[in-house]
Each structure stands twice: as C-alpha cells, then as structure tokens.
Design a protein around this ligand. Structure first.
Ligand code: OGA
Ligand code: MN
Length: 235
C-alpha cells in the first residue's frame, strides 16, 4: 500500500519554530497604516483580502497544519476557563495563542500593532486582545451567534484571519454575516490571507459546514472593564 504518513509535530517542537524562523525572520510584516479602515468606521466591518505577505500566510498555515492532536481542544462557548461544551452550536477545535510561544507571539505582536493603530486613528480605546486558532474538520460548523452582547461583554472588535490555500465555494465553511433584518450581508470564503474585522456586538454570523479541514485565527480586541470590585481580565 502506498500511503503518506502525515507529519505531526507538537506546538513546542523546535523544528516548527526553525521552519517558521527560516521563512519569516521570526516576525510578521504588517504595517496597519497601509490599510484603509474607513469601512470599519462607516459600516462596522471590513474585509482585507491580503493581510500579510504571501510567504508569511503560508508559514502560519504550515504551523497550524502540523500541530498534533494534543495541541487542540474542543471549543466551548464562552471564555477559556468558563467553558461548557455545546457541540450542537459549534464543533470546531481551538488552541488559544500564548505570547510565550514564538510563532504565536508573532501573530499577537502584529495584532497589537493593529490595536495601537486603531486606537490612534479611530479612538477605539482597545485595551487588549485574545485569540485562538480554530480547526474545523470536515463536517464541523459554528451556528449563528454574536461574539458579544451589548453591555455584557468586553469584546469590542472581532478579527478572523484565514489560513486555507485554494478554498472554493464547494468546500463549504463560508463565514456568513447577517444584517439586522436577517438578510445575508456578506459570504466570505475562508481563503488564505483574508482578514475580516467587525464590531463584535453588531453582526450575527455563522460558519457553514466545512467539507474539508479549515483553519482560522479568531481574536477579540477588548475594552478594559476593570473597576474597584473586579479585575478584568480575571487573574
Ligand atoms: C468564532 C467565529 C468565524 C470563522 O470563532 O467566534 O465566528 O470564520 N469564527 O472562523
Ligand atoms: Mn464568532
């Protein structure tokens, strides 16, 4: 029999880091000032078709693709520590990014530069950012939901970055965003290097059933809602 043995590494495998370093210099090249954010200000969302240089997008994809099973967790609904598994709503798997991991830090650093730029230009008062990689295996989905409820969450702005080369409509897995009246606003294919940014409490959205493996990096810029009685995010 002639079958290919998949190369599976752990997230901390030095060979992954070496590969990433060789391809990218250990950092991602993103100048937020190069993008026009006026759609975000006027419509509440923005789609950037090419967010990073191509070889960097490929490196992030290679990283996600080579992660082994222990690196992934079933996705819950809600925050990392508070999860309740509800696979009727979402059946993807996730991996929260951490700054002590060099490849993951490269993405978090890029998003921090974006945060500072948005605060400077749109006065958004974004305080921090949390992000996970998500893996949708064939047959998985995330039903219609909002990422934040008005006044009940500190998630302000959602970012979704896609890693999948050569994605076509027949592969399923589209991100569908809805208008307030329930009509479709946008259907976005999870095409490699596309970045979607939207106000977290404004747009109901869903991930249609993917027919092949689909990777995204989904993150949220947050406000700081610390007060005298509550530390946020919780320690
Ligand atoms: C989410 C989400 C969209 C996507 O994780 O909250 O809506 O396209 N992800 O992966
Ligand atoms: Mn969402």
């Amino acid at each position: 029999m002639n079958h290919v043995t998949p190369v599976i590494a752990q997230a901390d495998d030095p060979s992954l880091a070496r590969e990433f370093l060789a391809a990218t210099d250990g950092r991602l090249t993103c100048d937020p000032a190069a993008f026009d954010f006026s759609d975000l200000a006027h419509k509440g969302y923005l789609i950037i078709p090419s967010f990073l240089p191509q070889h960097e997008a490929t490196s992030l994809y290679d990283y996600a693709r080579q992660l082994g099973e222990p690196d992934w967790n079933s996705a819950g609904i809600g925050r990392e520590q508070l999860h309740t598994l509800n696979t009727r709503v979402r059946s993807d798997q996730i991996r929260w990014l951490h700054a002590d991991h060099p490849i993951e830090r490269a993405y978090l650093d890029t998003m921090d530069a974006l945060r500072i730029h948005l605060n400077r230009t749109l006065f958004m008062g974004l305080f921090d950012y949390e992000c996970h990689l998500a893996r949708y295996q064939a047959g998985t989905f995330y039903k219609k939901h909002l990422d934040a409820f008005k006044g009940r969450s500190n998630r302000v702005l959602t970012t979704v970055y896609y890693l999948n080369p050569e994605w076509e409509a027949r592969d399923g897995g589209a991100l569908v965003m809805y208008k307030e009246n329930g009509d479709v606003l946008e259907t976005v294919l999870p095409q490699q290097n596309t970045m979607v940014i939207f106000l977290s409490d404004m747009f109901v959205h869903e991930v249609k059933v993917a027919h092949k493996e689909r990777f995204s990096m989904t993150g949220w810029f947050r406000h700081n809602t610390t007060n005298a009685h509550r530390v946020d995010p919780p320690a």
